[in-house]
Write a new protein. Structure first.
Length: 90
């Protein structure tokens, strides 16, 4: 059972009624979507070479590895990307 189902099973009847009303009005969907957008907007990854923070959508990206096991790496600058690729060749 997932985390949300466990929480719902522990709620009192009055809270379940309020949640059902929010669900029917679409309030829960809006809250969840807003939170997802907040998290994605503030997502920061670290450069695997120098450990500098890189904001989502910035920097240089590379996908590598065999199909089905692909990895994505984000670098703060071209110098770190070049260093990473050079190390892959060795």
């Amino acid at each position: 059972m997932n985390k949300l189902a466990r929480i719902i099973n522990e709620l009192p009847h009055e809270d379940l009624i309020l949640i059902k009303k929010d669900l029917e009005k679409g309030n829960i969907d809006r809250v969840v979507n807003k939170r997802i957008q907040e998290v994605q907007a503030n997502r920061i990854t670290l450069c695997p070479v120098c450990s500098s923070p890189v904001k989502e959508g910035e920097g240089w990206h590379i996908q590598f590895g065999p199909l089905g096991l692909r990895k994505k790496a984000t670098f703060d600058g071209l110098d770190c990307l070049e260093y990473f690729v050079a190390r892959l060749k060795k």
